[in-house]
Design a protein around this ligand. Structure first.
Ligand SMILES: [Fe+2]
Length: 457
């Protein structure tokens, strides 16, 4: 049953689209061959969801718009948090077979869901490695690699797990991982996991997630290969990628190399444009500033993160001494170890967290801008307090429980039993990422951004 509040949200979104099309509810009704009162009732959330769907479908076939953009995923959290209990994870168990060295299909992974939400771009799985190997040779024919996948992956390891991956030249690598270790895998690198033990539990928390490319997926599917080929820069050759990006900005600005050179000279700037455009020379910071200025873009629009081959697949082994006490050593709430990081995905933030206090007042809690997934991987209960909708909420995360928390929810984690409590968490941005945030901040008001109420024209 869809709530009236949610129907009103979609109604408000339809109203916003009608606004963009310079249509009032009355003209909308006329264009769609509907009664004005019916349209108004749907916008007010007074009708069943089927009527909303039907209005959206009519708008999609009448106007040049993407009708699927009018539907809003329903918030499936309770006050910004969604918890999945261990038993529910267990009930989602699927065992997948893969070939062993004899060619026989035998159990390879035991897959279980952990907390997911309609709004969070995360698909985190609990995966137990069922294939035990006798050595860590990446060419071991008992290791079944996958074909690599579209989503980014951040993995947390628990127990004696071997991690295998294939680099872009097709060479296979392996690393022996243990509890607290982590990795990051760039999309489409083939990889695999096995156990180094017959009796000890070897498992991973494999957190796959989509970024901006995932959010552009609809457009990429619609445009086809031309869109992909057009957008993809030669990232692994930094000078060549910078030159491609510069040329794209020039084409967008309908400016030839000659035009650009003349424009720069008229400002008294002398730059060897040819060697930058040919990819022979790197662009200096000053050149980037001067060129951006005349192309009406920001220097950051002409900046590509430096290619670091070691960041294609990042393996991070936990070292106790790398941990830090948050917020300070005197009275720490948490002992924290950071998981694998990559500056090309600057907002992917994984942590191994030990809550240290029996209780933390909620005003000592903190929020962040990310969608966060967390899993209790230890043997102790963890207290979760959070503040949303004017109230403090409390839950207990038992061992094996997981949760999703929305952005901007102040929260704290406690250790009620005073034992060795352990939590792994991974945060990633949603569509409201840094680029969207900067654009939003230019707006003169945030009042009608998430709820259109006014006819503007
Ligand atoms: Fe994977």
């Amino acid at each position: 049953m869809v709530s009236k509040e949610h129907l009103k949200k979609i109604g408000s979104r339809i109203f916003s689209e009608a606004n963009d099309l310079k249509r009032t509810p009355e003209t909308l009704a006329k264009d769609l061959g509907m009664k004005p009162q019916d349209v108004q009732n749907i916008l007010d959330g007074e009708r069943p969801i089927e009527d909303t769907y039907s209005l959206v479908a009519r708008m999609g076939s009448t106007y040049p718009i993407d009708a699927s953009d009018l539907l809003i995923p329903e918030d499936d959290t309770t006050n910004g948090v969604k918890i999945m209990r261990k038993d529910d994870s267990e009930a989602s168990k699927r065992i997948f077979d893969r070939k062993d060295k004899t060619g026989a299909l035998t159990p390879y992974y035991d897959y279980r869901d952990t907390a997911m939400s309609k709004l969070a771009p995360l698909k985190p799985e609990w995966i137990k490695e069922l294939r035990a190997v006798e050595n860590s040779d990446p060419e071991n024919s008992d290791v079944a690699y996958n074909n690599g996948h579209f989503m980014h992956q951040a993995t947390f390891f628990k127990g004696p797990v071997n991690f295998y991956w294939q680099d872009k030249d097709g060479i296979k690598h392996s690393s022996e991982m243990n509890t607290g270790d982590s990795n990051y895998i760039t999309p489409f690198h083939p990889h695999s996991f096995t156990s180094r033990s017959q009796n000890e539990e070897a498992l991973i928390l494999a957190v796959t997630f989509g970024g901006d490319v995932r959010r552009a997926q609809k457009e990429l599917y619609a445009l086809g290969q031309r869109g992909v080929d057009g957008a993809m820069l030669d990232y692994r050759n930094h000078n060549s990628a910078t030159s491609q990006l510069l040329k794209q900005h020039m084409r967008n600005e309908r400016m030839s190399a000659d035009n650009l050179q003349n424009l720069l000279e008229s400002k008294g700037v002398s730059i060897e444009l040819d060697s930058i455009l040919s990819g022979k020379s790197p662009i200096t910071e000053q050149e980037r500033r001067e060129i951006s200025y005349v192309l009406n873009i920001e220097p950051s629009d002409l900046t590509i993160p430096k290619y670091r081959p070691e960041e294609e697949v990042i393996v991070k082994q936990k070292r106790e001494e790398d941990g830090y006490n948050y917020p300070d050593n005197k009275n720490p709430n948490y002992r924290i170890h950071t998981l694998a990081r990559t500056s090309k995905m600057p907002l992917m933030k994984g942590f191994d967290i030990q809550p240290l206090q029996r209780q933390i007042p909620i005003d000592k809690g903190t929020d962040n801008s990310l969608h966060t997934w967390a899993y209790n991987y230890g043997n102790e209960n963890i207290g979760l307090s959070w503040y949303a909708n004017g109230e403090v909420h409390k839950e207990v995360l038992h061992p094996g429980d997981s949760m999703i928390m929305q952005p901007y929810v102040p929260h704290s984690l406690s250790n009620p039993s005073d034992g060795d409590a352990r939590l792994v968490s991974i945060g990633v941005p949603g569509a409201l990422n840094l680029a969207a945030q900067k654009e939003l901040s230019y707006f003169t008001s945030g009042e009608r951004v998430a709820k259109e109420t006014k006819k503007w024209f």
